[in-house]
Design a protein around this ligand. Structure first.
Ligand code: DX5
Ligand code: ZN
Length: 222
């Protein structure tokens, strides 16, 4: 599949969400939508009604990153609403396999995310039911934080787990990715790269998407 770029709208102008997505629509593989519930993380963003409305307005596939408690109850609804990919946190549920099965049954790709302090050992049972592992490279909750380069070994380990499985599992890195750090994440084996503030703080978000894609592709070739 190669490198994919998933711009996060967390730091975009949320009063103009559909327009902000339109700015990257021609060049992005996904739009990364950070759902936060003020419980799993200390921040509150948007939820299903907003994402449903957005899906109706754009052709860019929705990459939903659920930073919420009780994904067992809420995650399948995002898949039913037409999201292309739904990622939940392994820390937020005691039944990751069931959540993964429910998302898949509703027609979306399944991702599982791990916070910086969570080991990939926690994915042992669920790995067979996954399409993507999301390695957080900041503490979840806010955009614009510094990339944690001590997460690079975990990205490498996720890549090994993905390659060792029979399925085509993608490895997503999320947090602090920008020119200068995206190369490190890509070289370590991340192939779906979330870029939030670097894209939406740029004068032209689409140009920045192309720039980070080229940087990541170069880093993989080296
Ligand atoms: C953090 C979110 C990230 C965030 C990335 O909790 O999951 O997706 O929006 O933003 P940047 O690229 O600014 O770190
Ligand atoms: Zn995210």
């Amino acid at each position: 599949m190669g490198i994919q770029i998933s711009p996060s709208v967390l730091n975009a102008d949320l009063s103009r969400l559909a327009d902000e997505v339109e700015r990257i629509a021609a060049v992005a593989d996904w739009v990364h939508l950070d759902v936060m519930d003020n419980h799993f993380v200390p921040n509150l963003t948007f939820g299903l009604p907003v994402i449903e409305s957005l899906i109706a307005r754009t052709n860019v596939p929705a990459d939903c990153h659920l930073m919420i408690e009780d994904p067992d109850r809420w995650a399948p609804g995002y898949a039913e609403a037409g999201a292309g990919s739904v990622t939940f946190h392994v820390e937020a549920t005691r039944s990751p396999v069931q959540v993964a099965k429910d998302i898949r049954a509703a027609g979306a790709r399944v991702g599982v995310a791990v916070k910086p302090g969570t080991s990939l050992d926690s994915l042992r049972d669920v790995i067979r039911h996954l399409d993507m592992i999301l390695v957080m490279t900041v503490e979840p909750g806010f955009g614009g934080q510094a990339f944690m380069d001590d997460m690079l070994p975990k990205i490498r380990q996720a890549r090994q787990l993905a390659d060792a499985s029979d399925a085509d599992i993608w490895v997503q890195a999320d947090g602090g990715l920008a020119p200068g750090t995206i190369e490190l994440a890509a070289a370590a084996g991340a192939d779906v790269l979330v870029v939030g503030s670097a894209v939406y703080r740029a004068d032209d978000p689409a140009v920045m998407v192309e720039q980070v894609r080229a940087s990541a592709e170069n880093a993989v070739r080296l």
